[in-house]
Design a protein around this ligand. Structure first.
Ligand code: GUN
Length: 289
């Protein structure tokens, strides 16, 4: 048996088309064009590609975007000064500081300095708290992309056992909170596994839905997956010239009932959700004027 391939590319394209209409309607009624300010520090090639893709997606969806490129030697004070400037700029609705940051900069200090109303990554503790309490202002982009793909593929999430591999602040932790909530594409029983988890394969084999977000190329093998499970691969790892996920696609696609590919799975959804959050931020900031 071969799994259904859940195309994030196709779902994200549809979502971006819907967002383009919403952005146009918003602009007509308010005169405001949602504007994302992206900040890239240093010259990590993968980060440069991600940020460029985010800016491009803004353009094609009718949002404004500005890219602030800073050198790898930027100090924490210099970056804080830029964030403060963007916080105060009424023409900027969303602020994204691409991670990882160079080692001389404390990421937590920078992320905490972004005003929560412009925090389109939903990394600020105030926004994380709102997510935990089930009343989100913004949903974090990658977890929201995973949840949206589960709904789009008509995967039953309510009552399902979701096993998440990885406890990062960007994916694992917020996704666990979101799928635990009452509501559509949620109400799951959630287990979060990590590097210290004992008998990992025993747990992953109990998953109705398995989410891999650990950043280890092709970590999830066929014998870790229950036949018929739905597998969401959040990993993007460069191996030589090739991009591979955290799931061994060749093996697992023979066992799962549905699976996201890499590339073309969760990745494009992350970008679409960033656009959605930038529109939400523009709405919030325009309504509060
Ligand atoms: N680096 C990897 N993923 C992300 C993300 O979702 N947002 C930001 N800002 N940086 C990242």
């Amino acid at each position: 048996m071969s799994a259904i391939i859940i195309s994030g590319t196709a779902v994200a394209k549809q979502l971006r088309a819907e967002l383009a209409l919403e952005v146009a309607t918003f602009r007509e009624s308010t005169g405001v064009t949602p504007h994302l300010a992206a900040v890239l520090v240093g010259d990590d090639p993968a980060s440069a590609v991600y940020v460029r893709n985010k800016s491009k997606a803004c353009e094609t969806t009718g949002l404004n975007s500005t890219l602030h490129r800073l050198s790898a030697e930027t100090t924490q004070e210099q970056l804080l000064a830029l964030v403060t400037e963007l916080n105060l700029d009424p023409a900027v609705h969303g602020i994204l500081v691409q991670l990882p940051l160079p080692r001389q900069i404390n990421s937590q200090v920078i992320l905490d300095s972004i005003t929560p109303l412009k925090d389109v990554d939903a990394f600020h503790p105030e926004n994380v708290g709102l997510i935990a309490q089930g009343r989100p202002r913004f949903l974090p982009c990658t977890p929201h992309g995973v949840q949206y793909l589960l709904a789009a593929s008509q995967t039953q999430v309510s009552g399902a056992h979701v096993v998440i591999l990885g406890r990062s602040d960007i994916v694992g932790k917020p996704l666990a909170l979101m799928l635990l909530q009452k509501g559509p594409a949620a109400n799951a029983t959630v287990t979060v596994c990590h590097s210290q988890t004992r008998n990992l394969a025993e747990i992953t084999r109990q998953a109705d839905i398995l989410v891999a977000a650990i950043g280890v190329p092709e970590f999830v093998k066929g014998d870790m997956v229950r036949p018929g499970a739905v597998v969401m691969d959040v990993g993007i790892n460069r191996v030589g010239e090739k991009l591979v996920g955290d799931v061994d696609f060749a093996e697992v696609s023979q066992i799962a009932s549905a699976i996201t590919p890499v590339p073309g799975g969760v990745g494009p959804m992350t970008i679409a959700m960033l656009l959605k959050n930038t529109l939400t931020a523009a709405r919030l900031l325009t309504e509060s004027l």
